[in-house]
Design a protein around this ligand. Structure first.
Ligand code: RP5
Length: 160
């Protein structure tokens, strides 16, 4: 199976990434996590993205806050799919991160999830890999079924 790369702009982003790491572990998807910044370590970020395909990665997840250019900077250096997570890290409640991540110019896509939406980023990465991986697709189906059951149990127990 191809690996997922999880790149975060700072170790201060780690708490918001728990959902992604938990999800990747639950689905037994091989991944690497790194701290690279579009602004503080631009060369390392670019090198990673340029070599990602030949290093066995299939999808990149990039999480950053404030002037969150990390996902776009990685996307500029690879044609692998890049999923951006805007991190709520500033006084602007994450709106700055969201706009910096999502407003990519035509020709350079980043699939942006919700502010702090790290679980969905991992699920989307899994769904991309599952296009060519029936076993992973089956795990995703099972996860969906569990989620459905959990909601229906809450519905059955609802008393107001
Ligand atoms: C971004 O700036 C990082 O992704 C982080 O969300 C934010 C603040 O970084 P630190 O100053 O906490 O390292 O590059």
């Amino acid at each position: 199976m191809k690996k997922v790369a999880v790149i975060i702009g700072s170790d201060s982003d780690l708490p918001a990434m728990k959902g992604a790491f938990d999800c990747l572990h639950a689905l037994e998807i091989p991944f690497e996590a790194h701290i690279y910044s579009a602004h503080r370590t631009p060369d390392a970020a670019a090198q990673f993205a340029m070599n990602a395909r030949e290093n066995g990665f299939g999808v990149l997840i990039a999480a950053a806050g404030k002037a969150a250019h990390l996902a776009g900077a990685l996307a500029a250096r690879t044609t692998l799919p890049v999923i951006g997570i805007p991190i709520k890290s500033s006084t602007l409640d994450g709106l700055d991160s969201l706009l910096s991540t999502v407003q990519m110019p035509s020709g350079m896509p980043v699939a942006t999830v919700a502010i702090d939406g790290s679980k969905n980023a991992a699920l989307l990465a899994a769904q991309i890999l599952a296009v060519e991986d029936a076993e992973l697709a089956e795990k995703l189906n099972a996860m969906r079924a569990e989620q459905t059951e959990a909601i229906l149990r809450k519905d059955a127990a609802l008393s107001v």
